[in-house]
Design a binder for this molecule. Sequence first.
Ligand code: SAH
Length: 350
Amino acid sequence: MTNQNQHMDIKSMTLEELQAYFVELGEKAFRAKQVYQWMHEKLASDYDEMSNLSKDLREKLQAKENLTKLNIVQVQESAIDGTRKYLFELPDGNVVESVWMKYHHGNSVCISSQVGCRMGCRFCASTLDGLERNLLPSEMLEQIYSIIRHTKERVSNIVVMGTGEPMDNYDHLVRFVRMISDDKGQNISQRNITVSTCGIVPNMKRLAEEKLQITLALSLHATTDEKRKQLMPIANKYSLKEVLEACSYYFEKTGRRITFEYSLVAGVNDTKEDAKELISLVKGMNCHINLIPVNPIKEREYKQSNKEQIQDFRVAIEKSGISATVRREMGRDIDGACGQLRRRHIKSKI
Ligand code: SAH
């Protein structure tokens, strides 16, 4: 955890904070702007690259502030669709994974927001060992920056759907969104950023007030409280009614259509009856439904519904006038569910 008495690492500072910090150091504010641009626009990974700064200043900064950097531990590339999974090492030795996907509308990166997760969703590999710590804004940014450096390609879409619960790391997440969409940084449109939550109601409402234009995705996965509780412990804390109200509130405040994620699990939530209940649950809301064929993990019994059943489910929803897509399984050949690459890496070291 970050020490409360210490300021954020230099790469997590907003331009205004960096300017104030430079003044504190006895440096000119415009130097801060140069450093900010080197870090966030030109993606310098070392002070040495910041060629318009004096050697003295570079050395002074080097001595005072580590420039947060991730090491690439492993890259797996899919022979089917070019999807790449990256395993990164953080400065403290922890590892996180990110995914780079090529779509015709541009490149998309899926990032992690925490090391591990404490939400305990039954079908998810990322939560099996609990939460280690929150990621800093710089560590979320660097997942994207490292991928841009490595692929030498632009990124136009970001999904915060990797390991971790972004609404459990709220302040860092919001700061990350502001910085990645900053026109003095990568300038990625907020409309192309999706943040997925298991449904932490108070923070969903706070997010609605932030005046951001990002898409909020809610992991719904079930149509009754009882069933949702079996899959997601967070459902014991917030009822479906409260979660859906928070979604409506988000739409009211931002005008952004909500995405509902619904992982289809064979024999658990994938029947015609389930589809009907799902339709009546979200009817009237401005939403999109993203159906995710469950990615089986070996620690659990859950199985994927068959292809036909998945298509029937989608068609039933579309017929009711609600838009629905089945998430394409990108990089099927490189690794299983989110969090498995990291887990395998950790286990192999024990
Ligand atoms: N903590 C956030 C982000 C998690 S991952 C959240 O809960 O939304 C993004 C999505 O993948 C979530 O909808 C999550 O429930 C889902 N998911 C996790 N593991 C899965 C698996 N094995 N199969 C299918 N979907 C999974």
